[in-house]
Design a protein around this ligand. Structure first.
Ligand SMILES: [Mg+2]
Length: 242
């Protein structure tokens, strides 16, 4: 493997999963729909829009009110995740445009890569398996590793620590405003990706993304090196990077 510029300290890329590596929104919709069907409640697109990106206990309270115990809420959340993984296995998942090329390029260049996701480890492992990407990642940080969700920087701080890298040596790739805010709060550079369309470009830029792009075909290994090597500032496109 070409370890790139060997006299430079190592750098890393920390990847969000849902909406960044893969688009899993429809699988989550199917899982909530199946869970609600078992419990005799409809789950509509409006319900999905109202709850998208929220934690499972919050969504379950939204759907079923406050009559459930903590244990029941937890069990329903677990059941939904089982249904999500079943949907992922039967439907399959594809990497988003540019992802595999960038994963391979970073790997070949000796840039360390990690996952920093709010999803459960079992879900992340399944995505790695279905997309055959496990070999690219030196560590995985999942919901089990953190107590606080994005925009708290904890998930990325843990991921950077697992890579043994300082925050300023890491670039986070994210599709969500809360994720970009988390990267910024953690002292890391960030790339906002708008491809799945849940968070518009202006909001990602407003959250502090150093670069906002449509998809990862616009990002090269060199872009990552440049991002690490300069002061943080918002730019319109990676094409205008110095
Ligand atoms: Mg995401």
């Amino acid at each position: 493997m070409n370890r790139g510029i060997t006299n430079q300290p190592p750098i890393g890329v920390i990847w969000d999963v849902d909406g960044t590596l893969v688009d899993t929104a429809e699988l989550h919709f199917q899982a909530w729909q199946a869970l609600c069907q078992e419990l005799g409640r409809e789950f509509t697109r409006a319900d999905f829009a109202a709850t998208f990106g929220r934690r499972n206990p919050d969504i379950i309270h939204y759907l079923f009110g406050d009559r459930l115990s903590c244990h029941e809420v937890s069990e329903l959340g677990d059941r939904k995740e089982v249904m999500y993984r079943a949907a992922a296995r039967s439907t399959g998942v594809q990497l988003l445009p540019g992802v595999r090329t960038l994963l391979e390029g970073l790997h070949e260049s000796g840039i360390r890569q990690a996952i920093g996701s709010s999803a459960p480890l079992e879900n992340i492992n399944l995505i790695m398996e279905l997309t055959e990407t496990r070999r690219f990642f030196e560590s995985i940080t999942s919901s089990e590793d953190t107590q606080r969700g994005k925009p708290d920087p904890q998930v990325f701080q843990v991921a950077a620590a697992k890579l043994a890298l300082l925050p300023e040596r890491c670039v986070v790739v994210e599709d969500a405003v809360a994720g970009v805010q988390a990267a910024k709060a953690g002292g890391m550079r960030s790339i906002g990706v708008t491809f799945v369309g849940h968070h518009p470009e202006a909001k990602l830029r407003g959250a502090g993304a150093d670069v906002v792009i449509k998809n990862l075909e616009e990002i090269s290994v060199e872009t990552i090196r440049i991002l690490i090597g300069r002061e943080s500032r918002v730019v319109d496109s990676p094409n205008v990077l110095p």
